[in-house]
Design a protein around this ligand. Structure first.
Ligand code: DHB
Ligand code: FE
Length: 284
């Protein structure tokens, strides 16, 4: 059976992709941010996942605001990127795994998540930047991916509790896939940021730090928040935390936090990365 070996949550700010393309990792502005990924690389090297389930939000590259699914799952053989206007190089495609995608789709629908299934899906910076941060080099494609898109841009948004439950359903789906595969779950986005309106530039360090504690130790408390609470505390784009909650739902009740780094700001955003493993269950 497929097994979830752990999860990584990471910001997906486009400026990161530009810094990678220009080789700026050692510059003073960027070093404290990129150094936060060195332990993640070590962890991935040890865990050697075969598959990444990437939970992210599309920002308008594939879905436009006139037609946007609340939840969508990719079922393509490969996922292409395209120019979003951020000045990033268009990345090489990412390999998919349609058999596993269809298994997850079937299982989610059986579990009453009426998702949109996408046999073609362009992936934006919210997929490309995290994968490029985790596996370095423009041609590095060591994992096949199953992208899961959550609407965090066109209101009304799904609640934190619903996104967490989607994660638990993804876990059931993955763990019932009859192939011996190691799966890492990637939660993309966050932490606090707001790119527009009166609160443009809003960052809430206190909330972010408590959020990192709670995503590890008490996600139920985050699940009691409403989307409006989230917007208030984390900013309009900080609701990308919904992707982190779905990622957390893919793990067991108790997790081991292997690593975290928090660095403010990168561009307009409080940048964060965390790594989790499921706590081993004691065999009696
Ligand atoms: C920024 C952050 C995002 O999450 C995003 O999708 C685009 C831009 C930023 O801080 O620049
Ligand atoms: Fe974003």
């Amino acid at each position: 059976m497929a097994r979830i070996v752990g999860a990584v949550a990471t910001s997906h700010i486009p400026a990161i992709g530009k810094a990678i393309a220009q080789g700026l990792q050692d510059q003073p502005y960027w070093r404290p941010f990129f150094e936060g990924y060195l332990p993640v690389h070590d962890w991935l090297r040890e865990e050697q996942p075969d598959i990444a389930v990437v939970i992210y939000n599309d920002h308008g590259l594939n879905f436009s605001l006139d037609k946007i699914p609340t939840f969508a799952v990719g079922a393509a053989a490969e996922y292409r990127n395209s120019d979003e206007g951020w000045g990033l190089p268009v990345s090489l495609p990412f390999p998919g795994y349609p058999e596993m995608s269809w298994h997850i789709i079937e299982s989610l629908v059986r579990d009453e998540f009426d998702i949109t299934m996408c046999q073609e899906l362009l992936v934006d910076h919210a997929v490309v930047v995290p994968l490029t941060l985790l596996w370095q080099g423009p041609a590095a494609r060591p994992v096949r991916i199953v992208p899961v898109a959550i609407n965090t841009v066109q209101f009304p948004l799904p609640s934190p509790a619903r996104c967490f439950k989607l994660g638990t359903a993804i876990r059931r789906a993955v763990e019932s896939f009859d192939e011996n595969l190691r799966v890492v779950v990637v939660g993309s986005g966050g932490l606090s940021h707001q790119l527009e309106g009166k609160r443009a530039g809003f960052i809430n360090r206190k909330f972010d730090l408590s959020c990192m504690d709670r995503i590890a130790g008490d996600p139920a408390e985050l699940c009691r928040m409403s989307v409006t609470d989230l917007v208030r505390m984390a900013g309009v784009q900080g609701v990308e935390l919904l992707n982190w909650l779905a990622m957390r739902g893919c793990l067991t009740d108790r997790v081991i936090e292997k690593h975290r780094n928090y660095h403010v700001p990168i561009s307009n955003t409080a940048a964060a990365v965390m790594v989790f493993e499921n706590e081993p269950v004691a065999v009696v």
